[in-house]
Design a protein around this ligand. Structure first.
Ligand SMILES: Cc1cc2nc3c(=O)[nH]c(=O)nc-3n(C[C@H](O)[C@H](O)[C@H](O)COP(=O)(O)OP(=O)(O)OC[C@H]3O[C@@H](n4cnc5c(N)ncnc54)[C@H](O)[C@@H]3O)c2cc1C
Ligand SMILES: *[C@@H]1O[C@H](CO)[C@@H](O)[C@H](O)[C@H]1NC(C)=O
Ligand SMILES: *[C@@H]1O[C@H](CO)[C@@H](O)[C@H](O)[C@H]1NC(C)=O
Ligand SMILES: *[C@@H]1O[C@H](CO)[C@@H](O)[C@H](O)[C@H]1NC(C)=O
Ligand SMILES: *[C@@H]1O[C@H](CO)[C@@H](O)[C@H](O)[C@H]1NC(C)=O
Ligand SMILES: *[C@@H]1O[C@H](CO)[C@@H](O)[C@H](O)[C@H]1NC(C)=O
Ligand SMILES: *[C@@H]1O[C@H](CO)[C@@H](O)[C@H](O)[C@H]1NC(C)=O
Ligand SMILES: *[C@@H]1O[C@H](CO)[C@@H](O)[C@H](O)[C@H]1NC(C)=O
Ligand SMILES: *[C@@H]1O[C@H](CO)[C@@H](O)[C@H](O)[C@H]1NC(C)=O
Ligand SMILES: *[C@@H]1O[C@H](CO)[C@@H](O)[C@H](O)[C@H]1NC(C)=O
Length: 490
């Protein structure tokens, strides 16, 4: 059976919006989806074990049912059913999306892509094809064993497609560009129910939009990427440091000194955090250099000279960067189900006084709010040369000229603290806005780092919106994909 565009359009006249209960939906799907797909109701004991849990339990979507399809046709049928019955739905990859906009799905249908988990690598063609829910943790080992490398993010549990469809930044981006720049083709079900192949030669209009705004048009069931032969035999320097907060200005000055001359193989992450055993507020920094240890050490010598109170400089296989660098914080970053208030902003320059002000602000926050001491405020700075070598007009992603990003994660455990967390986040962001170097007055933020309140101009820019809105009318005219930092609110 093939669902065609025209059938779906015909159906659009027949939206029957009487209330459907989870069990009713379940019995329809049990009958009509492939027999390897699985269906879970939230009250069943196996629900949280078998479905992908969300990293952020705050402002989360709620579901009457979670469906784990196994075929592209299943995905088409679920979307068709949800559309006809006017039930909102959301696709789940890794579950790490944290935007406050996600709670616009209430009592909806979750399309958990967890059964789309295959990874295949073509060693000769230098390509990799992954299912829609594959996480970074699922590809690093197989790629390494094949003698290949790839641009990965900071957390092994993030969905590759979830990251890619917004851009995909990380420490190997200096060498290979954004994750979306490595895409060769996508297989997806659009908001009209059509199953299509999208690439530079197939639906090239949508190909442009999927790279930077991909969440707005459909569900990707499989994607093919370019991968790369090893750089420096697959080994990289990972340098972890902890500094006293009093040294913050020197660290930021170090980062600033690389503006306009960041080596492609070098990346910088600096975070403000709190731990009583490190004297309270402190800084934690990680530097990756994909090359010989001596060259890496030469780059970070000014910091070693500052005598950090803790350091760990080692060579590691690239596949372990996510899991073992940054003092192994990945294990904590993967924990699901906590409340988070997350805030971000693009930085087009490094302004040292702003960063000092942010450090002092966080120091005051930790003193005032004992329960926000798990919060950390991070700056990531990845070499922009390769990213900028691709012309802005080639993709919907609008922020190739950003050189760094601010990201603040405030974890909290009692929902009564949400308003206070928001106030801290908003204040911290407002410290960065005046000196971010953005050329517009919009709150410009890499869509995957967005809090959710910035709006389409902030995620997609005035420059890209007209073309994106046209694509929306064509590929998702009923606005079914409108729940994650979307082009147009529900
Ligand atoms: C701890 C942590 C670390 C992070 N580190 C980085 C980083 O280093 N670099 C970076 O670029 N980003 C990073 N991010 C941001 C991350 O890219 C986004 O949160 C991303 O949206 C997560 O994707 P997911 O599939 O895990 O999440 P989900 O919540 O499952 O998905 C997020 C959105 O993408 C959609 N989506 C997911 N899969 C598909 C698919 N196959 N087809 C269509 N739509 C899909 C979902 O419907 C949803 O709208 C980080 C986030 C966290 C929480
Ligand atoms: C579909 O649902 C939305 C909100 O859930 C509601 O506003 C809208 O009127 C419904 N549409 C129809 C055709 O019933
Ligand atoms: C599932 O469906 C396939 C055909 O699509 C069929 O061959 C198989 O026997 C079915 N399995 C079960 C358990 O019903
Ligand atoms: C989940 O548990 C319910 C009963 O609680 C059971 O009927 C169902 O078959 C289980 N589903 C799967 C996919 O294991
Ligand atoms: C993929 O990675 C996740 C960790 O994020 C893990 O739980 C899962 O078992 C892995 N899947 C496969 C098929 O290896
Ligand atoms: C990658 O490595 C393979 C095998 O070592 C080699 O044949 C191929 O030419 C290399 N490709 C590139 C782009 O360097
Ligand atoms: C950060 O550095 C500035 C400038 O050196 C200093 O005045 C300030 O006290 C430092 N902040 C903290 C929290 O130590
Ligand atoms: C603080 O540091 C100690 C020592 O490294 C560690 O055991 C502990 O888990 C840290 N606490 C937090 C909240 O990170
Ligand atoms: C130092 O870093 C390496 C690589 O990230 C890690 O495997 C090792 O456990 C770390 N050692 C300490 C003492 O933290
Ligand atoms: C959450 O905070 C409220 C209001 O301060 C308080 O009444 C409640 O006991 C707290 N809940 C928990 C589990 O700590």
């Amino acid at each position: 059976m093939n669902l065609s565009l025209s059938i779906f359009h015909l159906l659009s006249a027949l939206v029957v919006a009487y209330a459907q209960s989870g069990p009713e939906v379940a019995s329809y799907f049990r009958k009509h989806l492939s027999n390897t797909s699985t269906i879970y109701l939230p009250l069943e004991s196996n629900y949280s074990l078998e479905t992908t849990q969300r990293w952020n339990a705050f402002s989360a979507p709620t579901y009457m049912i979670s469906v784990k399809p196994t075929t592209d046709l299943d995905v088409q049928k679920i979307i068709e059913y949800a559309f006809i019955h006017n039930i909102s739905f959301l696709g789940t990859g890794g579950g790490h999306g944290y935007s406050v906009t996600l709670d616009t799905v209430q009592n909806g249908i979750e399309i958990d892509l967890g059964h789309f988990e295959t990874v295949s690598i073509d060693q000769n063609a230098n390509t990799m094809t992954v299912g829609g829910a594959v996480r970074f943790a699922n590809i690093t080992g197989p790629l390494y064993d094949a003698g290949k490398e790839f641009q990965v993010g900071a957390c092994s549990c993030v969905g590759i497609l979830g990251a890619t469809l917004g851009g995909g930044v990380g420490s190997y981006g200096g060498l290979h560009g954004l994750e979306m720049d490595a895409l060769k083709s996508l297989r997806m079900v659009t908001g009209t129910g059509s199953l299509i192949e999208v690439s530079s030669t197939s639906h090239p209009d949508l190909w442009w939009g999927m790279r930077g705004a991909g969440f707005n048009f459909g569900i990707v069931t499989s994607a093919t990427y370019q991968v790369y032969n090893f750089t420096h035999n697959g080994q990289a320097m990972s340098a972890d440091f902890r500094f006293h907060a009093s040294q913050n200005a020197s660290l930021y000055e170090f980062a600033r000194s690389f503006t306009g001359k960041m080596p492609d193989a070098f990346s910088i992450d600096i975070a403000i955090a709190y731990n009583e055993s490190f004297g309270g507020t402190y800084l934690f920094a990680n530097f990756i250099y994909v090359g010989p240890l001596e060259e890496g050490i030469a780059l970070i010598q000014p910091l070693i000279d500052l005598e950090p109170f803790d350091q760990n400089v080692t060579m590691i296989p690239w596949k372990d960067i996510e899991t073992s660098s940054r003092y192994g914080v990945d294990a904590v970053a993967c924990i699901k189900g906590n409340f988070h208030s997350v805030w971000g902003l693009n930085l087009y320059q490094i302004d040292v006084p702003t960063l000092i002000a942010a450090t002092n602000y966080m120091d005051a926050v930790y003193a005032q709010h004992v329960d926000f001491r798990f919060a950390f405020l991070a700056i990531d700075m990845y070499a922009p040369r390769v990213i900028e070598s691709i012309p802005d007009e080639e993709t919907a992603y609008p922020f190739r000229s950003a050189i760094a990003r601010f990201l603040l994660d405030i974890g909290f455990s009692n929902s009564s603290r949400a308003a206070a967390a928001s106030q801290v986040g908003r204040t911290a962001r407002s410290i960065f806005i005046p000196t971010s170097g953005a050329s517009t007055s919009n709150i410009e933020v890499y869509v995957n780092y967005g809090h959710g309140d910035e709006g389409p101009l902030g995620w997609y820019t005035e420059r890209k919106l007209p073309r994106l809105n046209k694509l929306k009318n064509r590929y998702d005219p009923h606005r079914l994909f409108s729940h994650y930092n979307a082009l147009e609110a529900d």
